[in-house]
Design a protein around this ligand. Structure first.
Ligand code: 15L
Length: 233
């Protein structure tokens, strides 16, 4: 989504799968990550497993990989890291209107734990090494919402681009956590943290409401009740 939309940037891409014009390496290969970070202004960290998995896989890929991102950025003198965190870092909080961007950790899975660890590493690398670190607690970033919960948690392709652009360009962010959602009519979570960095979402999942019908009642109920929705089950 971002690769084709983040125009105006000179992107250096890295993926474990070969991609056109990109570096092929694992996010867990510290030497490769340091080399990839040489001479860049900022890192956008999106690498890793994007859902629940065995502890060993989450540990070896997401936790080790996120350490490598911050350590490589530090060694290469990169000033800013934008970290794709997730609502699942705080997934066992009950939904409440305008839930703040800095809810305390309450992970719903090992995957959520890896996102908490990423935020903790970001905090450490900010306080100890002075990096600017923005942890985006992304909701559901897809072309369109998949289910009723997505009417609240959707982050559109256009808005994720606006959010990452704001995270890359805002002045003196320090360390912060920011919800990653669109301007959804049914949203639970605050847009204040986004506004504070100059993120102004333009999309609303409501446009998909009449295309979505109730799914598994237990999952729909978890989606209403908990930040992390069915990940809590
Ligand atoms: C996430 O963090 C996942 O990466 C994504 O696949 C979705 O499951 C999303 O959360 C969500 O909560 O909808």
């Amino acid at each position: 989504m971002l690769r084709e939309r983040l125009t105006g940037y000179d992107l250096r891409l890295l993926d474990i799968e070969p991609i056109e014009g990109g570096i092929t390496a694992s996010v867990t290969d510290l030497d490769a990550m340091v080399a990839a970070c040489e001479g860049v202004d900022a890192v956008v960290h999106l690498g890793g497993i994007s859902g629940e998995d065995a502890w060993e896989r989450i540990r070896d890929v997401n936790i080790e990989g996120t350490y490598c991102v911050f350590e490589a950025a530090r060694r290469a003198g990169v000033g800013r890291v934008v970290h794709a965190s997730s609502n699942h870092a705080v997934g066992f909080h009950e939904n409440s209107p305008e839930a703040p961007d800095d809810l305390a950790p309450r992970p719903d899975t090992y995957y959520g734990v890896s996102k908490v660890l990423g935020e903790a590493l970001g905090s450490l690398y900010h306080d100890r090494h002075g990096l600017d670190v923005l942890c985006l607690r992304i909701g559901s970033c897809f072309d369109a919402p998949h289910d009723l919960r997505g009417l609240s948690t959707w982050l559109s392709p256009g808005d994720v681009t606006r959010l990452v652009d704001a995270a890359l360009t805002c002045e003196n962010p320090g360390f912060r956590t920011v919800w990653g959602i669109s301007a959804n009519t049914r949203r639970f979570w605050s847009l204040d943290g986004g506004r504070a960095i100059g993120y102004h979402p333009q999309d609303d999942a409501e446009q998909f409401a009449d295309q979505l019908s109730p799914g598994d009642p237990t999952k729909d109920e978890a989606g209403r009740r908990y930040v992390g929705g069915p990940f809590t089950l």
